[in-house]
Design a protein around this ligand. Structure first.
Ligand code: FES
Length: 143
């Protein structure tokens, strides 16, 4: 689980761990986003790790009005959260790792990574973490 729908306020990132130590954030944007969930399809989630060389980016660097995220403090890459995390400028050569979200009832649930984040194994089977693995990790975090 990431959060209840009513916990999302535009531009206020909610930080969560997809698996132990795997820091991600979910944020509600002002406009509809590619792969967005929720009534307005504007809630998205991404890894906090820059895909260039893995520097963590502060989740509060998300601008809900433009959808921009960053710039990364290491080499200034900037990403567009409305457009599947595509790089707007900088040195990264891949998109920010998007987290697949689903709304179950009133709850936003993280299903796994749509593509590997920096440092993840690149094998296809790791591109989408299974729901079971995520739920197991959640129970480990809560215990
Ligand atoms: S690590 Fe982020 S731009 Fe290089």
């Amino acid at each position: 689980m990431v959060a209840q729908l009513e916990e999302f306020e535009a531009g206020e990132p909610l930080v969560f761990e997809l698996t132990h130590g795997d820091l991600c954030f979910a944020v509600k944007l002002d406009e509809t986003a590619e792969h967005g969930v929720g009534p307005d399809e504007n809630i998205v989630a991404f890894s906090t790790l820059c895909p260039h060389m893995g520097c963590p980016i502060d989740p509060s660097a998300a601008d809900p009005s433009t959808g921009h995220f960053g710039p990364c403090g290491c080499h200034q890459s900037l990403f567009n959260l409305r457009k599947d995390g595509r790089m707007v400028r900088g040195r990264a050569c891949s998109n920010l790792a998007r987290i697949e979200l689903e709304v179950r009832g009133n709850t936003v649930v993280a299903l796994g990574k749509a593509r590997p984040a920096f440092g993840d194994p690149l094998q296809e089977e790791h591109a989408l973490t299974t729901v079971a693995a995520v739920e197991q990790a959640e129970s480990e975090v809560q215990s």
